[in-house]
Ligand binder design. Structure first.
Ligand code: DMJ
Length: 507
């Protein structure tokens, strides 16, 4: 175990060699003539990186409050609100997305003002066409976590109320929900750009955790029934090479284009199969089987190694590989490692190793830019490795996936390099994304000068900063034995066998 070796080495470094307030944190040791030669870094014992992420949260929150309070997101350069059509005219995305981060970081006053706002202003009786997926992961997920952490009834009530508003999305011939829904009229449709009017795998496949909890908390089985039916439809279909295409037509129940991705359009579907099994206290055998079968097909058909030795996950288009990996795909390192424990016994170490290799590749995608922040997508073709080659793939919008994978890898291996890599990201965020009015995305991470996109995404507060805080804190904050994180990093408790509601047990 690397942690045991490090503990030994820390004692072994002679006291007094460094000024007393410093600790030598070992990064890598090699054995030579029965001596360990170690590389590492000096860290001030009193310096607490978790506190730094808390200060970052404070800067992001205070500025949102100052310039965009009650609106969805903040424009940190123009210092005003930003609205995204993903939420229609539902308001307050940043507040709801940030609730649990404020709670976990013990920012009590801020949590209270957020709760008051939810009580008085969060209104779902609006004429709004919303993205079912985005509203589910950010609003339903955020409210559920806030409820489970604080026990405040208002969050449970609002989560169930919103869940009910989303139910008409499932009124399709197959029960595969629409991507977009008008929550007043109950009329749904799909994105006009999606192959042949299809619904999107990562969207309809990322409702499971929240909907199971909605049934648990409301006593109404309908939510769980809706998501179990999605499984049924998927299990009836033939899968090309065992892979799940990104597009599924909700009327015919047939696949659209045979495009497969573990990044955008596919990503969190796989994540939710694994987490559904974990959240069920490992009783959801169907979710488990679907996950490990899918990973097997992904390994065979999508995972490749570059000539420089970097493992990456390509995209699959009707049997042809596009050697491109998205920033979004980088979450998969954490997913593989989290799933290692349940993998067939001869595969446990392999899944952890796969997680570590994806983490390394994604770290390289950061390290090979001028700003040390990763691009939206990077390629392994035309003589490049882990580098964006197209101008429209060079942006960074404060996404969490790489830091998310570092967090899982740290918790599961305690290899200090993950904390070191995360710290590099903190330094880059502070240098390039922090502005007077909050944090902004960057248009080109290969440029030496920042061109800011002027958006502070709500997921920066719910995910990026929360994962940093957890990574630099002790493992007993939200331990994995009791919590799973939804895809927006909202923690949901594992439903232990003894506390399942009657309805769920019947299901
Ligand atoms: C988040 O909203 C979620 O993590 C989602 O699953 C995909 N991407 C964004 C952040 O990048």
């Amino acid at each position: 175990m690397p942690s045991a070796r490090i503990a030994e080495l820390l004692c072994w470094v002679p006291q007094g060699r460094f000024p007393e307030q410093y600790l030598f944190v070992v990064h890598l040791c090699t054995e030579k003539a029965s001596l360990y030669i170690c590389r590492g870094f000096l860290q001030n014992k009193h310096f607490n990186p978790a506190f730094v992420s808390l200060q970052m949260m404070k800067h992001a929150w205070d500025n949102y409050k100052r310039y965009a309070w009650g609106l969805n997101e903040l424009k940190p350069i123009s210092k005003q609100g930003h609205s995204s059509n993903l939420f229609g005219n539902i308001q307050g995305a940043t507040i709801v997305d940030a609730l649990d981060t404020l709670y976990i970081m013990e920012m009590k006053e801020e949590f209270k003002e957020a709760k008051d706002w939810v009580e008085k202003n969060l209104d779902f009786n609006v004429n709004a066409e919303i993205s079912v997926f985005e509203v589910n992961i950010r609003f339903v997920g955020g409210l559920l976590s806030a409820y489970y952490l604080s026990g405040e009834e208002i969050f449970r009530k609002k989560a169930v109320e919103l869940g009910e508003k989303l139910l008409p999305a499932f009124n399709t011939p197959t029960g595969i929900p629409w991507a977009l829904l008008n929550i007043k009229s109950g009329i749904g449709r799909n994105w006009p750009w999606a192959s042949g009017g299809s619904s999107i795998l990562a969207e309809f496949g990322t409702l499971h955790l929240e909907f199971v909890h909605l049934s648990h908390l409301s006593g109404n089985p309908v939510f769980a029934e809706k998501v179990m039916n999605i499984r049924k439809v998927l299990n009836r279909l033939d899968k090309p090479e065992g892979l799940y295409p990104n597009y599924l037509n909700p009327s015919s129940g047939q696949w659209g284009q045979h495009h497969v991705s573990i990044g955008g359009l596919g990503d969190s579907f796989y994540e939710y199969l694994l987490k559904a099994w974990l959240m069920s206290d490992k009783t959801d055998e169907e979710g488990k089987k679907m996950y490990y079968d899918a990973v097997q097909a992904i390994e065979t058909h999508l995972i490749r190694k570059s000539s420089g030795g970097l493992t990456y996950i390509a995209e699959w288009k009707g049997g042809l590989l596009e050697h491109k990996m998205g920033h979004l795909t980088c979450f998969a390192g954490g997913m593989f490692a989290l799933g290692a424990d349940g993998a067939p016994s001869d595969k446990t170490g392999h899944h952890i190793e796969l997680g570590a290799e994806i983490a390394r590749t994604c770290h390289e995608s950061y390290d090979r830019t001028s700003m040390k922040l990763g691009p939206e997508a990077f390629r392994f073709d035309g003589g490049v490795e882990a580098i964006a080659t197209r101008q429209n793939e060079k942006y960074y919008i404060l996404r969490p996936e790489v830091i998310e994978t570092y967090m899982y890898m740290w918790r599961l291996t305690h290899d200090p390099k993950y904390r070191q890599w995360a710290w590099e990201a903190v330094e880059a965020l502070e240098k390039h994304c922090r502005v007077d009015g909050g944090y902004s995305g960057i248009r080109d991470v290969y440029n030496n000068h920042e061109s800011h996109d002027d958006v502070q995404q709500s997921f920066f507060l719910s995910e990026t900063l929360k994962y940093l805080y957890l990574l630099f804190s002790d493992d007993d904050i939200l331990p994995f034995e009791h919590w799973v994180f939804n895809t927006e990093a909202h923690p949901l408790p594992i439903l232990h066998k003894e506390d399942g509601s009657k309805e769920e047990k019947q299901n």
